[in-house]
Design a protein around this ligand. Structure first.
Ligand code: HEM
Length: 429
C-alpha cells in the first residue's frame, strides 16, 4: 500500500488508536554537534499566543515547522555498510533477534536526550576552516532540503547524508517518525539507503526525506512535484521562475517577502494546473509556507533580525543548487523564533491566501473542510494526523520497535510544546 493511500484516508481526530564518514572535526561530539544546529541561527521554542498578523483568523501554530535548526544534530556514527550489504527485513525476527540486530548499529535505539538550549545566538562565521565545502563524494546522499544538504556538504552533519535526529526539533522528529529508522536512530536526508539499518516490515518505509507524501510534498520552491518530475533534485526552470519573481516584484532584483509570496503562489497555481495528484493539506500545507520564508531568514549572511530580509539570487543558487555557503558566510544574528516567523509567514500567506485541499483531476482544486490549515487547532490536527500515519506504517511492531516508536512519538509531542493537544499513546506509554 502506498503512502498516498494513507494520506488520503479519513483521519481520526483525535485518533482512537490509542557511511562510514563522520562529521568534520569539531562536529564530532554531542556538544559540538549541538552547535551545528545553530549554523544558520537559532529557532527557540516559544508559546504560540500571537494572533495571525494579517488575516483575521485564529493563529496557527507553526512551531513544529519553524524550529529546524534549533535541534538538528548528527552523531558521529560510523555505520559500516558492509555489516548489512543488502536490505534486510526485521520481519519474522524475535524480540531478542531484533535487539541483537539493533546492537550491531552504533546508535542508541529510541530517542536521544535533548541538548541544552543554545545561549549564544549571535552572528558568527560558519564557513570556516573547520568546515570546508566538499562536493558530494560517490555514495553521498542529498535530498530535497537545501538547508540540510548544505550542512552535510560542509560537514556540520554527516557528509554521507545519513544522520541522527535530536528530540527537541519538532520538524526533525516529525520527519523521522515516518522516514527514519527507529531502532538505529538513523535517517537519510534523501533517498532510501541500507545505511540506515535493516527495514522494519512493510508497510513501514524508512525511505528518507525523498519519500513523497511522508514529509516531502508538492509545490516546492525549486523542486518539482513528485508526479511531474524529480521531487528532490534542483530544477533550473523553477529557480528561473523564482528569479523572475525577484526581478519583477523584489527589491532591486533581490528576493524579498513580496516576491517570495508571488513565487509561493505561482508554485501552488502551477501544481493545480498540471498535477492531477496535487496534495496540499496539513502538514505539507504548513511546511510549504514555512519553507518559503527560510531562505530569507537563513541564507542571508550577517543578517540581523531587523534587516529587510532580502536575498541575492547568486547566494540563493549557492544554497539551493550547489549546497554551499557563500564565501565568508556568517549565520544570522539573533533567533528566528515564532515571534519573527509568524509575522513573515503571515506576510507570505496574506496576499494570496489558499486553503488546504487537493486536486481532483488537473485544474480541479477542492478545499478540505476538515483541515484547519492556519486556523484553529492546526497543531493538534497535525499531531493527530502524524500519529495516525505512524500507526498505519507500523501496525504491528515488535516489542522493541514499539518501545522505540512510542518514545519518538512522545518526544515529538513534547517538542510541539502545545499542552492544549491531548497526548495519544497508540504504541503504549
Ligand atoms: C532540521 C530538520 C529539517 C528537516 C527534516 C528538513 C526537511 C525538509 C524537506 C523534506 C524538504 C522538502 C519539502 C518539499 O519540498 O516537499 C525541505 C525543504 C526545504 N528546507 Fe528543510 N529541513 C530541515 C531544516 C531546514 C533548515 C535548517 C533550513 C534552512 C536553513 C531549511 C530550508 C529548507 C528550504 C528553503 C526548503 C524548500 C526547498 C524547495 O522547496 O526548493 N530546512 N526541508
Amino acid at each position: 500500500m502506498g503512502l498516498e493511500i494513507f494520506l488520503n484516508q479519513t483521519w481520526q481526530f483525535p485518533p482512537t488508536a490509542t557511511h562510514s564518514r563522520t562529521e568534520d572535526s569539531d562536529a564530532a561530539s554531542e556538544t559540538e554537534l549541538w552547535k551545528a544546529v545553530s549554523v544558520y541561527g537559532t529557532l527557540p521554542r516559544g508559546t504560540l499566543t500571537r494572533p495571525w498578523p494579517s488575516a483575521n483568523t485564529g493563529f496557527v501554530l507553526l512551531y513544529y515547522v519553524l524550529s529546524p535548526l534549533s535541534s538538528l544534530t548528527a552523531l558521529s556514527l560510523a555505520l559500516s555498510a558492509s555489516a548489512f550489504p543488502e536490505y534486510r527485513s526485521l520481519a519474522g525476527l524475535s524480540a531478542a533477534e531484533v535487539r541483537a540486530v539493533a546492537r550491531t548499529f552504533q546508535a542508541t535505539p529510541g530517542a536521544q536526550p535533548a541538548p541544552p538550549p543554545i545561549n549564544d545566538t549571535s552572528s558568527k562565521l560558519v564557513f570556516d576552516d573547520a568546515h570546508p565545502f566538499q562536493p558530494d563524494a560517490p555514495g553521498d546522499i542529498r535530498g530535497p532540503c537545501p538547508g540540510l544538504n548544505t550542512l552535510a556538504s560542509h560537514g556540520y552533519i554527516n557528509r554521507s547524508g545519513v544522520v541522527t535526529p535530536v528530540k527537541s526539533s519538532p520538524r526533525y522528529k516529525k520527519a523521522f517518525l515516518v522516514d527514519g529508522n527507529h531502532l538505529t536512530n538513523l535517517m537519510s536526508i534523501g533517498q532510501k539507503t541500507p545505511e540506515t539499518g535493516p527495514d522494519a516490515p512493510a508497510p513501514a518505509i524508512i525511505g528518507g526525506l525523498n519519500t513523497h507524501g511522508a514529509f516531502e510534498g508538492d509545490s516546492s520552491t525549486t523542486r518539482d512535484d513528485f508526479a511531474l518530475g524529480s521531487n528532490f533534485l534542483f530544477n533550473e526552470t523553477l529557480f528561473d521562475q523564482l528569479s523572475q519573481a525577484a526581478i519583477d516584484f523584489g527589491s532591486n532584483g533581490m528576493l524579498d517577502i513580496p516576491s517570495a509570496a508571488v513565487h509561493r503562489h505561482n508554485r501552488i497555481l502551477d501544481s493545480i494546473a498540471r498535477n492531477p495528484n496535487f496534495t496540499f493539506v496539513t502538514p505539507r500545507y504548513l511546511t510549504a509556507y514555512a519553507e518559503t520564508t527560510f531562505p530569507l531568514a537563513f541564507f542571508v549572511t550577517s543578517q540581523t533580525s531587523d534587516t529587510s530580509l532580502t536575498l541575492d539570487l547568486d547566494v540563493a543558487r549557492s544554497f539551493f543548487q550547489t549546497h554551499k555557503f557563500p564565501d565568508n558566510f556568517y549565520r544570522r544574528n539573533g533567533s528566528y523564533g515564532l515571534a519573527e516567523a509568524s509575522v513573515i509567514i503571515g506576510e507570505v500567506f496574506a496576499p494570496f491566501p489558499v486553503l488546504p485541499g487537493n486536486n481532483e483531476g488537473v485544474g480541479n482544486y477542492v478545499v478540505d473542510p476538515e483541515d484547519p490549515g492556519f486556523t484553529g487547532h492546526g497543531t493538534c490536527y497535525a499531531y493527530y494526523k502524524q500519529s495516525n500515519l505512524t500507526v498505519a506504517l507500523y501496525p504491528d511492531p515488535t516489542d522493541e520497535l514499539r518501545a522505540a516508536i512510542a518514545q519518538n512519538l512522545a518526544n515529538f509531542y513534547s517538542a510541539l510544546g502545545d499542552p492544549t493537544c491531548e497526548q495519544v499513546f497508540p504504541f503504549g506509554q
